[in-house]
Design a binder for this molecule. Sequence first.
Ligand code: SAH
Ligand code: TYD
Ligand code: ZN
Length: 408
Amino acid sequence: MPAGSTCRICSGTLREFIDFGRQPLSNRFVRPEDIEGETFFRLATGICESCTMVQLMEEVPRELMFNEDYPYVSAGSSVMREHFASIARRFLNTHLKGEDTFAIELGSNDGTMLRTIADAGVRHLGVDPSGGVGETAREQGVRVLVDFFEKESAERIMAEDGPANVIYAANTLCHIPYLDSVFQGIALLLAKDGVFVFEDPYFGDVLRRNSFDQIYDEHYYYFTARSVQALAARYGLELVEVERLPVHGGEVRYTLAHAGARTPSLAVSELISEEDASGVAKLETLEAFSAKVDAIRDDLVGLLKDLKEQGKTVVAYGATAKSATVANYFGIGPDLVEFVCDTTPAKQGRLTPGMHIPVRPAQAFTDPYPDYALLFAWNHAEEIMAKEEGFRASGGRWIRYVPDVTVS
Ligand code: SAH
Ligand code: TYD
Ligand code: ZN
């Protein structure tokens, strides 16, 4: 264990359980002429022996990841667009129902969630440091503060807009190492009877489904109900509700309130009991997970090499951030996978980080269909397979590697 590896939440000792070695920034799709300047870091995770929070062993400076060029957009999946419209409608019908209510979203990205709230004429603010996607949100009528949410920005928001009835964050809280500052900001901004709702990949599902590629630079934390409950308590907040979500391979939506303001639901203690029973914080579970990742690597690389020897064409589907871990840890480059197709304009024409597989527009997939498609965006499998029905009909086969390597 490297010296000085202490928990970012409670200063407890971290026990490292998986090491993916040298990795590039997962969302830094490189221009062919910029290959020389890539940034690398060591990607490894550990668990805190005191508060059980799972976290990265090394932190990447935030400005390197979240800036004007951040390419990820929430609107890239129709399932996610409906998911966000649905939670926005739920907020409008509950916490935002009264007079002059106020909603804040952390990591508002391209405004996919907040536009429903903006359209309803409800006071709102999106906070996101990535200016490019922030501009897209503004074009949809969403009010955005292009900045990192933390204590200082929270104080400014409080002075200008006052307390919030709802603070929401999807796939964002797990991106923020400095949660101490963020939670001080939340505790300050949250109205007395307000709720802080956030949803992120659930570590219980990462273990259960071997979804090891949820581990990459931007995902600093891997939450469980137990670790979130302990985290909340440090700031006078209480975990009052948990909800399992099917999106992104399995997430949990956590609802926090000021301590004593709401009665915690039974689901909270049930999920914590389930976590204890399945041993999510036990070293042997974590070591078995790590061994499983290496078994998946051997299977997948073996399969791709066989297909290459047989002269089959293989492309990948979805230039996800999470595929940076798969490609770089497994050593999958353009020799094994010809290109990756992706609908995101900011990724197209570039090369994937580290392994430099060319990224092409979605149309490249059908023109002509390859023999095999490696599903990097496995978390959107249903949506993609429905959209690409013609691929299987033409004899093509999908390759998946979560939870196991399968060809179907
Ligand atoms: N909520 C969207 C976007 C998730 S991507 C969705 O679920 O699809 C993560 C987002 O968090 C990025 O847009 C990034 O710019 C933003 N982010 C990173 N650090 C942040 C911080 N400190 N405060 C607010 N947003 C942050
Ligand atoms: P996603 O898995 O949501 O996130 P991350 O980058 O955090 O791992 O990324 C999905 C990627 O797949 C995104 O770049 C858009 C792309 N995509 C397609 O190209 N076609 C599709 O039909 C869908 C649903 C996604
Ligand atoms: Zn800790």
